[in-house]
Write a protein that binds this ligand. Structure first.
Ligand code: FEO
Ligand code: CA
Ligand code: CA
Ligand code: CA
Length: 669
């Protein structure tokens, strides 16, 4: 606590008065906490924000009227100025008043030239290879022409993370692992494999409305079933990467479970292979597998692909799983380009990767391992970005240093190198090469003492303020004796956001400072222990931050993924604008809400901040007993909503939404 605050607190006549007068601070102090504890907890290590801190403390002591006038005097104008929408849940999407939220493309819509129209009752893998895939996640906007900041014409890269067979296929229902996925024929599995991957769309804004350009020469589907990819970096060619189909260990077909991602300044996208474990199969007991598989949860048996495709059966192909779990770099500007798996960035459940050019020209990529008690990583390239050498830039992510984060209680962060031969990562300790570290990255990170986090998802550097924002979704499994300063809540059901400040503004530095920007959950429920700016309304708080976007003005937007627990918060997932700087730091406001059972992914702005693309993923999928009317498990025939078509013959369809301001203007004001 700062000296000024100590002085202010000393003036409070008694603790009870301080509590009463600070009732709008959304932490309900326990009977044993002092006001100092409350403020300290709320504004721990926030020395740079003395203004905000002082305002709250003055309010706490002098009463609501003083609080208001002090705020008026000191608070910055809210940097977002839309009318907040309300928490809730129904069958459709909602956006703040004064904005349009239009459907851009839906699962099954034609993508490549000559693609057949969608016929959900006669699906084939051949058709799906040419149509928009399932469960749109990451969205990357790349202006056309390349290198411009055109906000009316560009490429949209889309991840198709996974499939929901019960919503996709007529007459099937949810398949049961215990029943060996009895309804899943090879034909249906091949459709699933074609529905995974990515799409490249050319999109254009004309008379204020965005459209997908039909027959575009850029249009492309990337699929798990057919797209040939290359493995590069330290692990490429390693013995552990060799399979019967690829004795070189350098070529692989497809990518799996691509979740979030980022665009690079050289016009490519980086997409993260996340939950790869679910696709691997064993005919035996999945709990009795080698330690190497276990650390990655392989085989998860979420899908029955291994029944028909030997490469997904670990009994038949021991090494195929080593070839998934990477950041994949794709050049959407060239429809014939070969996607490249960058093994130098490590192998884990990559949510995504976001790069920033460091002041010295080196490229720094931040990437999270989205699983409970997993780690936060960054990669620093050996060479520098050269705006005139695109081909050279496309090799930057093959050579450099991978680091994993250790968060200390004093607010410092140390980036620990994962380099063979350094520290504990020696052959004597079982790490035989850099390739080994790039394949068994989790084990290497365990060994160097990284900090287990509450599910690190999207991680984005903000070029405007030089800080880095880490979405930590939740971790219901963290026990009271496992809490630490950076993951301070046991049974963390709602997640939090950590802000990192690299030392000296140097993203390549091995040291940084960190603090918690906010703790998610309902601030009116004391046990939740949420922390926001006190002006945040009863609609502005959120749960389970997952993806984020930094707009052109450096403002943070956060999308949520609550899973089935949306019933407990009584609101569908959505998009929230979060203030990071100034007197309103930690203030959050709801901008967009999904239809029931969906999560919101991929927020991305055009360079002019006048268009915002959003991916509505798995609408209707997450039924919940906690919310009347939506307790059932949806199927193709009986979904909780038929969004976005609302046609009884059409299944519910994951779709991309584009938001614009009516009459034009900045999103969020
Ligand atoms: Fe695919 Fe971490 O969400
Ligand atoms: Ca995600
Ligand atoms: Ca993002
Ligand atoms: Ca998620």
């Amino acid at each position: 606590m700062s000296h000024e605050i100590k002085q202010l607190m000393a003036k409070a006549s008694n603790k009870a008065e301080a509590y009463e007068l600070s009732e709008n601070i959304p932490i309900n102090p326990s009977t044993t906490a002092t006001m100092g504890d409350v403020i300290n907890q709320r504004y721990a290590r926030r020395s740079v924000l003395r203004g905000a801190l002082a305002v709250s403390a003055i309010g706490a002591i002098a009463g609501p009227a003083a609080l208001l006038s002090a705020r008026q005097a000191q608070a910055a104008t809210p940097r977002v100025s839309f009318s907040e929408i309300e928490h809730g849940a129904d069958g459709t999407h909602h956006v703040a008043e004064g904005y349009n939220a239009d459907i851009l493309i839906r699962w099954g819509d034609p993508v490549v030239p000559g693609a057949p129209d969608f016929d959900p009752y006669n699906q084939t893998s051949w058709a799906q290879e040419q149509q928009f895939g399932y469960n749109n996640d990451y969205l990357g906007y790349l202006p056309l022409p390349m290198g411009s900041d055109n906000s009316d014409h560009g490429l949209l890269f889309v991840n198709h993370e996974y499939t929901n067979e019960e919503l996709m296929f007529p007459g099937l229902g949810k398949q049961d692992r215990k029943a060996n996925f009895a309804g899943m024929t090879q034909e249906l599995i091949d459709i699933e494999m074609s529905a995974h991957g990515g799409s490249v769309l050319e999109i254009k804004k004309q008379t204020g409305k965005w459209k997908v350009v039909k027959g575009s020469s850029y249009a492309r589907r990337i699929t798990t079933r057919t797209t040939k990819m290359v493995l590069s970096g330290p692990a490429a060619g390693d013995d552990a990467m060799k399979t019967a189909a690829d004795p070189t260990g350098r070529h692989v077909t497809g990518m799996l479970n691509n979740c979030a991602g980022g665009t690079t300044p050289w016009g490519t996208v980086l997409t993260g292979e996340e939950n790869i474990r679910g696709y691997f199969w064993t005919d035996g007991d999945k709990k009795k597998v080698a330690a190497h598989y276990k650390r990655y949860g392989i085989p998860g048996k979420w899908y029955a692909w291994g029944k028909y495709h030997d490469r997904f059966n670990i009994d038949k192909e021991a090494n195929e799983s080593n070839r998934f779990g990477y950041i994949v770099e794709i050049d959407p500007h060239d429809p014939n380009s070969v996607p490249i798996k960058r093994t130098a960035l490590g192998r884990f459940a990559h949510e995504g990767a976001n790069v920033i050019i460091n002041a010295d020209g080196r490229v720094v990529a931040y990437t999270g391992d989205d699983a409970r008690f997993e780690y936060l990583y960054k990669f620093v390239s050996a060479s520098s970005y050269d705006p005139k050498d695109r081909a050279g830039n496309m090799r930057l992510l093959d050579e450099g240093t991978l680091y994993v984060a250790r968060f200390d209680a004093d607010g410092s962060l140390t980036w620990l190198p994962l380099v063979h031969g350094q520290g504990k990562l020696t052959t004597a300790n079982g790490f035989v090469s850099q390739a080994d570290i790039c394949i068994r990255t989790r084990q290497a990170a365990d060994r160097v003492g990284a900090t287990p986090m509450d599910r690190p998802e999207d991680v984005e550097p903000n070029p405007k303020n030089g800080k880095v924002y880490v979405m930590l979704t939740n971790n219901s499994k963290r026990k009271a004796d496992q809490v630490d300063a950076a993951n301070p809540r046991a049974k963390n059901n709602f997640g939090h956001i950590v802000e990192i400040t690299p030392d000296g503004g140097n993203h390549a530095s091995t040291s940084a400072k960190w603090e918690i920007l906010l703790k998610a959950g309902d601030p009116s429920v004391a046990e939740v222990g949420a922390m926001y700016h006190p002006d945040t309304s009863s609609n502005g708080w959120f749960a389970s931050p997952d993806n984020c976007a930094i707009d052109g003005q450096g403002r943070l937007w956060v999308s949520t993924d609550q899973g089935k627990s949306w019933g407990k918060t009584k609101t569908a997932d959505g998009l929230y604008a979060v203030e990071t700087d100034g007197a309103l730091r930690g203030y959050s406001r709801m901008f967009f809400r999904t239809p029931v059972g969906a999560e919101l992914c991929g927020p991305v702005f055009t360079p002019d901040d006048q268009s915002l693309f959003l991916a509505v993923q798995h609408p209707a999928a997450d039924g919940t007993k906690d919310y009347k009317g939506f307790e059932r498990n949806s199927t193709f025939e009986d979904p909780a909503t038929r969004w976005p078509d609302f046609d009884d013959k059409m299944p519910v369809r994951p779709s991309v939404v584009v938001v614009t301001k009516k009459g034009g203007g900045l999103i969020g004001g």
